[in-house]
Design a protein around this ligand. Structure first.
Ligand code: DCP
Ligand code: MG
Length: 455
């Protein structure tokens, strides 16, 4: 491990919700929940004001509404989030060639490789300047962690939240980690935490005391070893800019089309196992499971499901692939099948046991995008699709605004734009008002660009 805190981890604060607050002046300082608004919708994220009520990511939307009935409920605008993410990642790439994005709002940066920092003082300066630049370019706040390893940099940014910076001085890592709960370590979620607690292990120090053999006995070889090393603050993983493999996949073409549904199912299970062997062989795990089916007439379909966190568990991949297959019509026969895993990470971030359990119940969570709005009546459905809550509109007379809500043939719009000093006026229209039309998002910062934005 290096001896200077020159690995930086950035994580934007309440990312989707902060973007919505920045673009809608009336929502600043308010409880905002972004996610799927249909009956099976889940929370993608909640503003810090909404978190006070207990609302958090991955919670069913109905529960969020019970906890925070007065919050603003908005449908995600992924195009806008992606374009802001690109601005942020651009700033990071200005610091170093070694930038490793983990998601839209999170990345590691190796500052030493960029020759912008070599010790604690220079790293701290770079981190503070980065936070200021992010605010200037996007209008948003991000939290920064600085440490000598990826694991600790990520723990530091978590401690820095919201809107802060934490630097862990090399040499102080073990003393700092020791009294912390095991849940601080990557890969330890509620279920793994429970499992360890039943064995009398609740703190990081207790993992170190239990010893490696005991950890392996409790959690299996791969995860036992990994967790023990992390408890000792050993983490040599380098920041990697471009993953060699963006996905791991396997496929088979059949000489004779397979007609038997059972046989198709068995082939998919076999491919899932092979895919996981490759994944594990490369020391990777991934978040999105992809099924590919080429039918007798050469029509090719891909279906994917995104889990809450990366997995390398064969049972989870097999179950996801089977669920995906359920949605594909194979009458007529198939000539090719494939299973792949994308969204790769080099360790399993989410709770290992919980994920297997969720997978088994079929609750692994499809992406929020798919869960958006499933309203009751045909007419309502059309209105909801055309006027999703939170999306931008333009009115011929009143200008740019966003949908506050729709129903019963009406759509309510608040006319306000990102730079405005205060909340804008609200007006209600018929859903088929010819003067009202969907619009593209505006830049969050005056003069900023939202090139290529498709919300
Ligand atoms: N996200 C999601 N579903 C989840 C978790 C996150 O769709 N289960 C999305 C919404 C978040 C974004 O990814 O805004 C970033 O995830 P984070 O875990 O970093 O959460 P936030 O940025 O929202 O909050 P924090 O301030 O805790 O980082
Ligand atoms: Mg974040």
């Amino acid at each position: 491990m290096r001896n200077a805190p020159t690995i930086l981890h950035l994580d934007m604060d309440a990312f989707f919700a902060s973007v919505e607050q920045a673009s809608k002046p009336s929502l600043r300082g308010k409880a905002v929940v972004v996610g799927g608004l249909g009956p099976r919708g889940v929370v993608a994220t909640a503003s810090y004001e909404a978190r006070v009520f207990g609302v958090h990511s991955a919670m069913p939307m109905g529960q969020a509404r019970r906890l925070a009935p007065n919050a603003a409920y908005l449908v995600p605008r992924f195009g806008l989030y992606r374009s802001i993410s690109e601005q942020v990642m651009g700033l990071l790439r200005g610091l170093s060639p070694l930038v490793e994005p983990l998601s839209l709002d999170e990345a590691f940066v190796d500052l030493e490789a960029g020759a912008v920092a070599w010790d604690a003082a220079s790293a701290q300066l770079v981190g503070e300047r980065l936070r200021a630049d992010i605010r200037a370019v996007t209008g948003l706040s991000g939290s920064v962690g600085l440490a000598a390893s990826k694991m600790l940099a990520k723990i530091a940014s978590e401690q820095a939240k919201p809107d802060g910076l934490v630097l862990i001085e090399p040499g102080t890592e073990r003393a700092m980690l020791g009294p912390m709960t095991v849940r601080t370590l990557p890969g330890v979620g509620p279920a793994t935490g429970d499992h360890l607690r039943r064995a009398g292990i609740t703190t990081v120090d207790e993992i170190a005391e239990a010893g490696e053999d005991e950890l392996v006995r409790l959690l299996g070889k791969a995860h036992g070893h990994a967790l023990y090393a992390m408890a000792l603050a050993h983490d040599e993983r380098p920041v990697v800019a471009e993953r060699e493999a963006k996905s791991v996949s396997v496929e088979d073409t059949y000489d004779v089309d397979i007609h038997d549904r059972l046989r198709v199912g068995m082939e998919v299970q076999r491919l899932a196992d092979r895919c996981v062997r490759r994944l594990r062989g490369a020391g990777l795990s991934g978040r999105t499971i992809v099924l590919k089916v080429r039918r007798y007439d050469f029509s090719t379909l891909t279906r994917s499901e995104t889990l809450r966190g990366p997995t390398d568990d064969p049972a989870v991949v097999r179950e996801a692939a089977a669920r995906l297959l359920d949605s594909v019509d194979t009458t007529g026969g198939v000539r090719l099948l494939g299973v792949g895993v994308t969204g790769l990470a080099d360790y399993t971030q989410e709770d290992l046991f919980a994920q297997a359990a969720a997978g088994a119940e079929g609750a692994a969570g499809s992406s929020a995008e798919e869960d958006v709005a499933e309203p009751v009546t045909e007419q309502e459905a059309v209105a909801e699709r055309r006027w999703p809550a939170g999306h931008d509109v333009r009115h011929a007379q009143y200008g740019h605004g966003w949908v506050q809500g729709s129903g019963l043939g009406r759509v309510t719009v608040r006319f306000e734009t990102p730079g405005a000093p205060g909340p804008g006026r609200v007006r209600t229209f018929r859903v088929d008002d010819p003067e009202l039309e969907p619009a593209e998002p505006l830049p969050l910062v005056p003069g900023g660009s939202v090139d290529g934005v498709r919300a």
